[in-house]
Design a protein around this ligand. Structure first.
Ligand code: IPM
Ligand code: MG
Length: 354
């Protein structure tokens, strides 16, 4: 019997609904071509919904969404809501309460014309950042003492647990082992933030179980420098939540920008969430100019996670071919219409199948 995957869809704010619409067209086409079914449940959460109802992500809906096989998310964020409220309430809740401890962010260049770095080609930019996704300052309570006075003190600690550190490092080693280069770099700032000595120790310890994986280390500041100077130095890299957030925006730029960068928020074996890493881009909303390719790539990651390896490879391959052949001229917003890019991906998928 054909598999039937249940997907929860949170299109969200700004350009979210437009890019998700194109992503879902690609998902349906992939299902048809590869002989599986998808059932979608769409949820209205985001800033618009909050403005109307004061609801962010109600408990019952959260519980129901998590009973799906995966969640597809468009974008969350809108200046009409207090800073971070809806992002933390929707994306954060899925990541933290859902215990989606891996934030997987591939950085792959498909054609040199998308790379702003001089003389860097696809063979130089092909890495995966494994970002810890449930700890760090992100999940700590901000405290403001003596607020509004000259003596104000604000704190939100970087906190790491042994279990949290070990599981992300182990995931990264397993991933590195499955890639041809078998190299894993630990990125931290243990020279200044001594709490990250926990990462140093756990990396060395777990590394003993993976003698086939070559290990490297870089402090986050140097890693930023290396990513620009010698991106070919990286294969798989593992890092903390906050540093992972920052370095993956940098990574997105060397693979062609926010128009293509995708991510998976994963807990192996559990309902996981897939999203483009770009934001909601409110200025572009509703104009049919946003680039849906990052969402299409998030769908490829979701299919891979669900075990539909051929479909995942077909979707990624279709995008790769469109980029290489120049049918997708540019990844910048406005260079192609949003639905035109959806059409191109569908065409390419059909052409390969025919
Ligand atoms: C990301 C985003 C989020 C983060 C925001 C929206 C809270 O920047 O997914 O990288 O900081 O993790
Ligand atoms: Mg970010």
């Amino acid at each position: 019997m054909a598999k039937n995957y249940q997907i929860a869809v949170i299109a969200g704010d700004g350009i979210g609904p437009e890019v998700v619409r194109q992503g879902l067209r690609v998902l349906r086409a992939a299902a048809e071509a590869h002989g599986f079914q998808v059932g979608l449940t769409e949820y209205p959460f985001g800033t618009e919904h909050w403005l109307r109802t004061q609801e962010i992500f109600p408990d019952a809906a959260f519980a129901e969404a998590r009973r799906h096989d995966a969640v597809l998310l468009g974008a969350i964020g809108d200046p009409r809501a207090p800073v971070g409220l809806i992002e933390r309430g929707v994306i954060g809740r899925l990541r933290w309460e859902g215990d989606l401890y891996v934030n997987l962010r591939p950085i792959k260049l498909y054609h040199e014309r998308f790379c702003p770095l001089k003389d860097k080609k696809p063979e130089h930019v092909d890495m995966i950042i494994v970002r810890e996704n449930t700890e760090d300052a992100y999940v700590q309570k901000p405290v403001f003492e003596h607020q509004g006075t000259a003596d104000e003190v604000a704190t939100q600690p970087m906190r790491y647990t042994r279990k949290g550190t070990e599981r992300i490092i182990r995931y990264a080693f397993e991933l590195a082992r499955r890639r041809p280069r078998r190299q894993l770099t630990l990125i931290d700032k243990a020279n200044a933030v001594r709490a990250q000595d926990l990462y140093t120790r756990v990396f060395a310890e777990v590394g003993k179980e993976y003698p086939d994986v070559k290990t490297e280390h870089a402090y986050i500041d140097a890693a930023c420098m290396w990513m620009i100077k010698n991106p070919e130095w990286f294969d798989v890299a593992v890092t903390t939540n906050l540093f992972g957030d920052i370095i993956t925006d940098l990574g997105a730029m060397i693979q062609g920008g926010m128009g293509i960068a995708a991510s998976g928020n994963i807990h192996p074996g559990r309902c996981s969430m897939f999203e483009p890493i770009h934001g909601s881009f409110p200025k572009a909303a509703g104009k049919n100019i946003a680039n849906p390719i990052a969402t299409v790539m998030a769908i490829a990651m979701m299919l891979d996670f669900l075990g539909e390896k051929e479909a995942a490879a077909a979707v990624e391959g279709a995008v790769a071919e469109l980029l290489r052949s120049g049918r997708i001229r540019s990844l910048k917003a406005g260079e192609h219409r949003t639905d035109e890019l959806g059409d191109l991906v569908l065409d390419q998928l059909a052409a390969v199948k025919a």
